[in-house]
Structures are given as C-alpha cells and as structure tokens.
Design a protein. Structure first.
Length: 81
C-alpha cells in the first residue's frame, strides 16, 4: 500500500492490487476511510467520515489531483483510464 501523501493525520494511499480500476485514492484517519476517484474527483465510498470532513477531503484531493495521478500512473506504469 504505497502512501502517496500525508496531511496532518490523514493518510492518502492506494492498494498495489487495484490496477484495473480507474485512478483513485484511499484516505484513512483513525477508524474512518474514504475512497475518491481522481478523474474527475468524486467520492467513491465512505465509512465513518462526516459530511464536513468529506468536503475538506474532496478539496484536498482536488488541490493535489496532479500529484496523486502522477503517483498512480508512475506506480502502475500507464496513464490510466
């Protein structure tokens, strides 16, 4: 599980066994976890985050979309879907 970014206590990562899905990022914080698609940035799943925090995470993903996509493409060796 390569960690791509850390912001405060948030951990942004992807699983190495998910290359057949569109580019996305997982975010963990304590017992909460979310998954965001990267193109376009949108929430894919959420367990435990409240709406206010999800809006904050959405903004962080948008602001770092290029870095996150570069990490995804660099790891999986292609430009994604």
């Amino acid at each position: 599980m390569p960690t791509v970014l850390r912001m405060g206590s948030y951990r942004f990562y992807f699983y190495s066994h998910e290359p057949n899905e569109p580019p996305h990022i997982h975010i963990d914080y304590h017992d909460s976890t979310a998954k965001f698609w990267l193109k376009p940035v949108s929430l894919a799943s959420n367990i435990g985050f409240r709406a206010k925090e999800l809006r904050k995470l959405h903004l962080i993903v948008q602001e770092n979309q290029e870095i996150l996509l570069e990490a995804w493409n660099g790891y999986f060796g292609y430009s994604g879907r």
